[in-house]
Design a protein around this ligand. Sequence first.
Ligand SMILES: Nc1ncnc2c1ncn2[C@@H]1O[C@H](COP(=O)(O)OP(=O)(O)O)[C@@H](O)[C@H]1O
Ligand SMILES: [Mg+2]
Length: 231
Amino acid sequence: MPVLRLRGIHKSYRLGAHEVPALRGVDLELQRGEMLALTGPSGGGKSTLLNIAGLIDRADAGYVELRGRALAALPEREATLIRRDAIGFVFQGFNLVPVMTVWDNVDYALLLAGVPAPQRRERVQAVLQAVGLAAHAQHRPDALSGGQRQRVAIARALVKRPTLVIADEPTASLDSDTADQVLALMREQAERAGAAFLLATHDERLLARCDRVLRLRDGRILPENAALQAA
Ligand SMILES: Nc1ncnc2c1ncn2[C@@H]1O[C@H](COP(=O)(O)OP(=O)(O)O)[C@@H](O)[C@H]1O
Ligand SMILES: [Mg+2]
């Protein structure tokens, strides 16, 4: 059973009197342990697709299934629980809580999910170590560089041990060494915990390490060999 299955996804945005089509019939399957990258020109529909896969936004038409469970008719309350417990997000703008320390930003997801304190301590410590930020645990995000904030965002997504990780340009502000560390961490999580990664990226380092690359243009997925030619 795939972690994520999308069928015939359509989505338009309304801009005044205009309909802006963002996705025009997207099919996609993501398997356990798989790292799948979406690439392609700006405006192609990548972020829209990530938002739908992450249950942040709903499709106008089409079928969404997470671990065999159909999500279209799911009440918002249940979608919120799945988002909270089963999906990790890494956004371009990091979305860290500025008044919380690094530790608390990462811990917060586990607190919400009701994980007991001793386990939280262990898991937060381990993930901060893994992203190289153990020494910055008591700092606030505004005391960190862009790359460090990005690693906090990644730690926060991974600490939940999510089924699915959604990441929009996750390595955009990382130097090569840090990007390598972060990629290794994601790969380890994919292999050890069977997490599936759905990424939007232009980063060649990341594209080269994903299991599969799909190119989105004008709201459609291009055939896979077209993606290779364009890369
Ligand atoms: N909130 C929005 N309101 C109106 N149009 C939007 C909105 N978000 C995205 N779009 C439009 O939808 C299309 C796909 O955008 P997006 O999913 O952001 O693509 P990408 O992430 O590949 O750059 C573009 O034409 C974009 O202008
Ligand atoms: Mg985008």
